[in-house]
Design a protein. Structure first.
Length: 283
């Protein structure tokens, strides 16, 4: 998949987007409640002008039918994003609202699915920028110039305590309450995901990583950075998945790696990089 991005003041470079996504039920589950997808539409695709879409959703553990909720979210977002017209943030907001409504309705109609819910993190790559839509504790990262930046903000009890300065990141990582989610699709009819209103410009050699908490509960950011930086996309996904399994891997594990590249002749041209936008500077 190719997209255009302005790299210098007056230069344009053709970017190529490739990637891989893998998921595993972990060592203790028979049913995988995670879903992950990466859509790289070709030029003939009816929604090709909408760009690339990547999504990871994790059914809420300890609740019924988590796998049903995550699948509903996946199906609705992937279908509606490419069917409808609009600016990426508006499309993402509409997609997650429809998904939330459908999950809530299904839970009311099917007693076995009452109370089901799912986290959901979506990246839309369009016109040389990436847009984020997010709810829950699945995550999106940016790897740029060897540095890892978490783009999403966890909607969990311990993450909120960290933001309030009441506990440290290290305490949060080892807390018995680290998986208490404060927002998810299906949790309430008024679910309010975080949506970026402006895109983050992409650079050649950027990498984007999507993952579920089945990875981040067992693999630290430094390991994600190392594997994501130095390995091809498939090998990076496989290495991270195996790291989580070898560290216990008791939960469903999903990871996707998206690589932003350029044609060889473009890579040889000198370009002036934009400064990195901090995730907190992005609306």
């Amino acid at each position: 998949m190719n997209i255009w991005s302005n790299i210098g003041v007056s230069e344009s470079v053709l970017l190529r987007v490739t990637g891989t996504a893998l998921t595993h039920p972990g060592r203790r589950h028979l049913i995988n409640e995670d879903v992950i997808a990466l859509v790289l539409p070709g030029e003939a695709h009816p929604g090709a002008d909408h760009g690339v879409l990547a999504l990871v959703a994790a059914g809420m553990g300890g609740h019924p039918a988590g796998e049903v909720a995550s699948r509903i979210a996946l199906d609705i977002v992937l279908r509606l994003y490419y069917e409808r017209e609009g600016f990426p943030p508006d499309l993402l907001r509409a997609c997650l609202k429809e998904a939330n409504d459908a999950i809530c309705a299904h839970g009311r109609a099917e007693p076995a699915c009452a109370g089901m819910g799912t986290t959901c993190t979506v990246l839309a790559l369009c016109n040389g920028a990436v847009y984020l839509a997010h709810i829950g504790d699945t995550r999106a990262y940016l790897l740029r110039d060897g540095r890892l930046h978490q783009l999403s903000m966890d909607h969990t009890l311990v993450a909120e305590l960290v933001r309030q300065g009441k506990i440290t990141q290290e305490q949060a990582r080892h807390s018995s309450q680290r998986n208490i989610i404060t927002a998810a699709l299906g949790m309430t009819p008024a679910a309010a995901p975080s949506i970026w209103h402006e895109g983050l410009p992409l650079h050649v050699q950027d990498r984007l990583i999507l993952c579920s908490d089945g990875l981040t509960d067992f693999v630290d950011d430094e390991t994600i950075r190392e594997s994501g930086t130095h390995l091809p996309a498939f090998d990076a996904c496989e290495a991270l998945l195996n790291r989580a399994l070898n560290a216990g891997g008791s939960d469903d594990i999903s990871v996707g790696v998206i690589v932003i590249d350029a044609d060889p002749w473009e890579m040889a041209r000198p370009h002036t990089k934009r400064p990195l936008l901090s995730p907190r500077d992005v609306p």
